[in-house]
Design a protein around this ligand. Structure first.
Ligand code: GDD
Ligand code: MG
Length: 360
C-alpha cells in the first residue's frame, strides 16, 4: 500500500473569477475536474489511498470525487478551518494515514500536471535511504518557484522559495516523498510552510533530502494561461491522462454540447456539457466550461469561458477569462489578460451544471 496526500487548500486567487465558486483543482480541465487527471495517474503509479488536505470550498471536492471508488482509489478528506499552509496541511492529515513510521508517503501539490514517473521516484527514494525526496524539474524562469540546488550526489543543499536570485534553474516540481516519521515531526495546530520552514529546517538538521530530477511534461496550472495550456495539452495528447473522457485530438466535445456544423474547433479546445458554439464561430486552444454559449461568427483563442457564460456574435477573445454566467455582448474585442466577472445581479443558482452533480 502506498498513500498520498494531496494539498488542495489554496484559494486559486490568480485564477479568479474562475475560482470564485470552484477551487482550482476542481476546475474542469479537458472535460473533467483537474484532480481526476492527477488521481488517475497516481492510481496507475500504485497509490491506493489518498487524503485530500482541503480548506477552501471543501464541499466541491466531496461532491466531485466522493469516496474515490469511481477512480479506483480510497479517498478521505480533512478540512482546515483556518488554512494551515502547505506544511500545516500535511501535518493535519496525519491521523488518517495508515503508513508505518518508515514508510514513504507521497505528497502532491494539487495544481500540477506532471508526466513524471512516480514509481521511479519511489524506487530512487528507497534505494537512496532518503528521509525526503523531491521531484525537481528545469524551468525557464525559476523565480516563480522553489529553487532547489543539489550537490553532485543529488543531495539537496538549500531550498529557496521564490527567490529573486535563483542559483539554479532546477525547481521544486511539487511532488515529494516523506517518510511518515518526517510528517510526525511537523508542528501541529499552527500554520507551517513546507517550502519556507520544513525544508530549510530538515536541511539544517542534517536530514537526507534528495532531488529526483526528471524532465517529463510538467506544468503548474496557477495562472489562466497555464490552465488553458494544460487543458489543451491533455486533449491534444501531449500528456497521457487515463481520465480523459474521449479520444485525443484537436478538440473534445462533451455529450450534450451543440456545435454548429461550420464552426471550427482546434488546438485542443474543450466544449463542455450543454455548451453551444454558433455558426461560423472559431474556437482555438480554449476551454468552454459547461453551459457556455459562443455566438455566431465569434472568434476565440487561448481563452476560458466560464460555466453558463455567454459570448455575443462576432466577438473576439484572445487570452481572455470570462467568469461563470458573465455576459459579453456582440462585436466586442477582449484581448490578452482581459477578465470579465459575473454579473452580480444574476442569481448563482439560475443555472445548474452537470459538474455540480455528484460523480461518485
Ligand atoms: N491544505 C492546504 N492548506 N493546501 C494549501 C494551502 C493551505 O493553507 N496553501 C496552499 N495549498 C495548496 C494549493 O492548493 C496548491 O495545490 C499547493 O498547496 C501549492 O500552492 P500554490 O499556491 O499553487 O503554490 P505555488 O504554485 O505558488 O508554489 C508551489 O508550487 C511550485 C510548483 O508548482 C511551491 O511548492 C513551489 O516551491 C513549487 O515550485
Ligand atoms: Mg501552484
Amino acid at each position: 500500500m502506498t498513500e498520498a496526500v494531496l494539498l488542495v487548500g489554496g484559494k486559486g486567487t490568480r485564477l479568479r473569477p474562475l475560482t470564485v465558486e470552484t477551487p482550482k483543482p476542481m476546475l474542469a480541465t479537458a472535460g473533467v475536474p483537474f484532480l481526476h487527471h492527477v488521481l488517475a495517474r497516481a492510481r496507475d503509479a500504485g497509490i491506493d489511498h489518498v487524503v485530500l488536505a482541503t480548506s477552501y470550498r471543501p464541499e466541491v471536492f466531496q461532491r466531485g470525487i466522493g469516496d474515490g471508488r469511481d477512480l479506483g482509489l480510497r479517498v478521505d478528506y480533512v478540512t482546515e478551518t483556518e488554512p494551515l499552509g502547505t506544511g500545516g496541511g500535511i501535518r493535519n492529515v496525519l491521523d488518517l494515514l495508515q503508513s508505518g513510521p518508515d514508510d514513504p508517503v507521497v505528497i502532491l501539490n494539487g495544481d500540477v500536471l506532471s508526466g513524471h514517473d512516480l514509481r521511479a521516484q519511489l524506487d530512487a527514494h528507497r534505494s537512496a535511504g532518503a528521509d525526503v525526496s523531491l521531484h525537481l524539474t528545469v524551468v525557464e524562469d525559476p523565480r516563480a518557484f522553489g529553487c532547489v540546488p543539489t550537490d553532485e550526489s543529488g543531495r539537496v543543499t538549500a531550498f529557496l522559495e521564490k527567490t529573486p536570485e535563483p542559483v539554479t534553474d532546477r525547481v521544486n516540481a511539487g511532488c515529494y516523498i516523506f517518510n511518515r516519521r518526517v510528517i510526525d515531526a511537523i508542528p501541529a495546530g499552527r500554520k507551517v510552510s513546507v517550502e519556507r520552514e520544513t525544508f530549510p529546517g530538515l536541511l539544517r538538521d542534517g536530514a537526507l533530502v534528495v532531488g529526483h530530477v526528471e524532465q517529463a511534461y510538467w506544468l503548474d496550472l496557477g495562472t489562466p494561461a497555464a490552465f488553458v495550456r494544460g487543458s489543451c495539452d491533455l486533449v491534444l495528447g501531449r500528456l497521457h491522462s487515463p481520465a480523459l473522457p474521449g479520444p485525443t485530438g484537436e478538440w473534445l466535445v462533451l455529450p450534450t454540447a451543440r456545435v454548429a456544423t461550420d464552426a471550427v474547433l482546434c488546438g485542443g479546445t474543450t466544449v463542455g456539457a450543454g455548451a453551444v458554439v454558433g455558426a461560423g464561430a472559431t474556437v482555438e486552444g480554449s476551454v468552454l466550461l459547461d453551459g457556455a454559449v459562443v455566438g455566431e461568427g465569434a472568434a476565440l483563442r487561448d481563452s476560458v469561458v466560464g460555466r453558463g457564460a455567454q459570448i455575443g456574435d462576432r466577438t473576439v477573445l484572445v487570452g481572455a477569462v470570462i467568469g461563470d454566467r458573465a455576459r459579453v455582448g456582440a462585436d466586442n474585442e477582449l484581448l490578452a489578460g482581459a477578465r470579465v466577472w459575473t454579473d452580480a445581479r444574476l442569481p448563482p443558482k439560475a443555472l445548474r451544471f452537470s459538474s455540480d452533480e455528484a460523480s461518485a
